[in-house]
Design a protein around this ligand. Structure first.
Ligand code: ATP
Length: 251
């Protein structure tokens, strides 16, 4: 496995009597898509909330490039390069796709785009935004108000906005939710192209997409990791078949 960029060690988060995350360890490596799967209520969202900093663990720690970031709040983690899809990107419906991405770039770049009013700054920003839109397949939709984009196009726009921050770790929470078949195909292709140079944690219920995209798969059940490995290893795992996916889904 490549050098891990994000490591979780023994994370615990309880809600009353429920151990939503019960001693979870996980390592995300640059260049890999790591899928996190498990039945409803397994603790996937809680784990992502712990990694992003929205929730504090009651035990365990999180290391980012070897640094203990457990006490850091969401924004400090985001500044280091830990991005969560929906959280960083908030699409403004009345602005064009291009303007949305330019705003995201400006927000992330901070002082380097301080002279936004200045012509060269503005041109640079626009060029950067166009490049990101092209990357997610929205080059031809740059001038369309974001509110008028199709669902799949909006998800692509959100990804462009997340990429504006050049994240080293991307937490993708159900990118295919609500997408049609054709849109799903496009988003899967898009996500596949994002792994280069970053680590991706993918939560997704669509097993076809998971097994197409993932380099590694971790299976959570009742807050615990019951299996972790390559898609082939996880497919073969008897405990996974019994506990969660069933013969059909793993065929
Ligand atoms: P799904 O696939 O349905 O989104 P999940 O794997 O993301 O589920 P979580 O949402 O993390 O699972 O929930 C794990 C457990 O913790 C569940 O039993 C849930 O009811 C409980 N839980 C999650 N958040 C809270 C909360 N804020 N207060 C109380 N219980 C919670």
């Amino acid at each position: 496995m490549a050098e891990p960029v994000l490591v979780a060690e023994g994370l615990v988060r309880r809600f009353g009597a429920i151990a939503a995350v019960d001693g979870v360890s996980l390592a995300l490596a640059t260049g890999e898509i790591h899928a996190l799967i498990g039945p409803n209520g397994a603790g996937k969202t809680t784990l992502v909330n712990l990694l992003s900093g929205e929730l504090a663990p009651q035990a365990g720690r999180i290391l980012f490039l070897g640094r203990d970031i457990t006490p850091l709040p969401v924004h400090a983690r985001a500044r280091l390069g830990l991005a969560r899809s929906y959280q960083i990107a908030s699409v403004v419906g009345g602005l064009t796709a291009l303007e949305n991405v330019a705003l995201a770039l400006q927000a992330h770049a901070g002082s380097s785009f301080r002279f936004f009013a200045d012509c060269s700054g503005e041109a640079e920003l626009e060029a950067g935004a166009k490049e990101l839109l092209a990357r997610v397949g929205l080059a031809a939709r740059a001038e369309v108000p974001a509110g008028l984009l199709a669902h799949g196009e909006k998800r692509a726009l959100e990804l462009a906005m997340v990429l504006a921050g050049s994240p080293k770790v991307l937490l993708l929470d159900e990118p295919l939710a609500g997408a049609g078949t054709e849109e799903s195909r496009r988003i899967v292709e898009l996500v596949a192209g994002l792994r280069e140079g970053r680590a991706i944690l993918l939560i997704e219920h669509d097993m076809d997409a998971v097994f197409r995209l993932a380099d590694r798969v971790t299976v959570l059940v009742y807050g615990r990791v019951i299996a972790s490995g390559t898609p082939a290893e996880v497919r073969r795992d008897a405990g996974v078949r019994a506990a969660y996916l069933g013969e059909e889904a793993m065929a």
